[in-house]
Design a protein around this ligand. Structure first.
Ligand code: PGA
Length: 240
């Protein structure tokens, strides 16, 4: 496979797992697999100091100003982050982030040299009405798809619920996402799957041709489980 697998841990509003921010923890890239973590803003510095590929869970597109509680893309970059999540479904839901705002975030991240991982995916109601393709198209419409970004397909009904998408369901949407990329990015853009990924289902998901890694919430807070997923990814990469 030409794309290196990326296994990313989204720690959400949880403290770093014990021992995670050290040079010997499992949260480090391996020979064939990129590993990144997205801690709370308070734990960024320690993760970066431990040599971990680290990103913010959110960055405001404006460089500074009257945005209480926010932090800017430029600040994340200046403090040593290399990546940032844009438009996680919890941000879209709880903080009313729109597709337009998420696209602004991704563009602002690129401008300061941060790699954006843009999260997209349909809700349970949208899937029940068979609207998932339209939702994905709308969520991708304004994104800077011709730049070096990563897309994470995270069906909202699979996040934190234990209801993982089947490999077939995930592959179907991943193939759609890839088909919407500009030709020069079709092969190189990584598309991650997120939503209850764990050691027991990681292999079948990562074996799908258009799934290039995972954005992992719950299981990323358990070093052992996260390490198992990385080991599965490493083995698959070696087999290829
Ligand atoms: P989950 O979360 O693995 O706990 O489902 C994934 C995410 O929200 O990124």
């Amino acid at each position: 496979m030409s794309r290196r697998i990326l296994i990313a841990g989204n720690w959400k509003m949880n403290s770093a797992p014990e021992g995670a921010c050290t040079e010997s923890s499992v949260y480090h890239s391996t020979e064939h697999v990129d590993v990144a973590v997205f801690p709370t803003f308070l734990d960024l510095e320690e993760c970066i100091a431990a040599g971990i590929l680290t990103g913010g869970q959110f960055g405001h597109p404006e460089a500074h100003g009257a945005h209480t509680g926010d932090i800017s893309m430029a600040m994340l970059k200046d403090n040593g982050c290399s990546m940032v999540l844009c438009g996680h479904s919890e941000r879209r839901d709880h903080h009313k982030e729109t597709n337009a705002h998420v696209a602004q975030q991704a563009k602002a991240a690129l401008e300061v040299g941060l790699h954006p991982i843009v999260c997209i995916g349909e809700t349970e109601a949208e899937r029940e009405h068979n609207e998932q393709e339209d939702v994905i198209r709308r969520q991708m419409a304004d994104l800077p798809l011709n730049a070096d970004i990563t897309i994470a397909y995270e069906p909202v009904w699979a996040i934190g619920t234990g209801n993982t998408a089947t490999p077939e369901q995930a592959q179907e949407i991943h193939a759609l996402i890839r088909s919407l990329l500009p030709e020069e990015r079709t092969e190189s853009t990584r598309i991650l799957y997120g939503g209850s990924m764990k050691p027991s289902n990681a292999q079948e998901l990562l074996l799908q041709p258009d799934i290039d890694g995972g954005l992992i919430g719950g299981a990323s807070l358990e070093p052992e489980a996260f390490g198992e997923i990385i080991a599965i990814a490493e083995q698959l990469s070696q087999d290829n």
